[in-house]
Structures are given as structure tokens and as C-alpha cells.
Design a protein around this ligand. Structure first.
Ligand SMILES: [Zn+2]
Length: 115
């Protein structure tokens, strides 16, 4: 019994460590997205000249926490979302919509299709 308690307290499980790393990576991704957005907003010339990070696509942010939900290519009306087993609900065509829960705060974000 004592040995079991020592093992539990001595080292976090692999799953816990992976979850911790995933949280850190998610927060870093969000921080980088905000930094890129601010650089583009306040120093657009710096982006164009030195880093060429201007993106032609728009970013779809969570209505609640401003975390990134996906990317919108306005030239093709394509929405790209990528993250592990992330869930997206789509109704295509006129009057359709796309819904996805925020990966950070679980707020259900929705985009309406205007055709
Ligand atoms: Zn959110």
C-alpha cells in the first residue's frame, strides 16, 4: 500500500505529461497568433519587408475567448480547420452554416453561409 502511494506521488502519468505538453503548445500557438496579428496591425511594413507573414486568408476567432477556430479562404469560400479529433458541424448551401466548439473555452462558434 505504501509503495503504491509512493509511485502515484513520485511521477505523473504519461497521459498527464502529454496533456500538459499539449496545453503548453496550445497556449504557445495562441500567443504566436496574437503576436502575428498585433505585428501585422501595428507594424504592417515590418511584416511585408522582413518576415513576409501577410496571409491572404482571414482567421476565424472564437467569439468568446478570441482563440483561433480556423482559417477562411475568401477567394474560394473554403474554411480550413485542423486539430486532432476536433469536431465541426456543417450544413452546406444557401442558408447553411458551420459550427465548431472552441478548443479552449468550448464556446460554440457559428458562421452563416451567405450565398
Ligand atoms: Zn473560445
Amino acid at each position: 500500500m505504501i509503495k503504491l502511494q509512493q509511485q502515484r506521488n513520485s511521477k505523473p502519468s504519461l497521459e498527464a505529461r502529454i496533456a500538459s505538453v499539449e496545453r503548453v503548445i496550445f497556449d504557445l500557438d495562441r500567443t504566436v497568433s496574437v503576436l502575428i496579428e498585433n505585428i501585422a496591425k501595428y507594424s504592417p511594413s515590418m511584416c511585408e519587408e522582413k518576415h513576409d507573414i501577410q496571409m491572404k486568408d482571414a482567421i476565424w476567432y472564437c467569439t468568446n475567448c478570441k482563440s483561433k477556430c480556423g482559417v477562411i479562404d475568401r477567394s474560394s469560400d473554403e474554411i480550413r480547420i485542423r486539430y486532432k479529433d476536433h469536431i465541426v458541424y456543417c450544413v452546406v448551401g444557401k442558408g447553411g452554416h458551420i459550427k465548431t466548439p472552441c478548443r479552449r473555452c468550448s464556446y460554440m462558434n457559428e458562421l452563416k453561409v451567405d450565398v
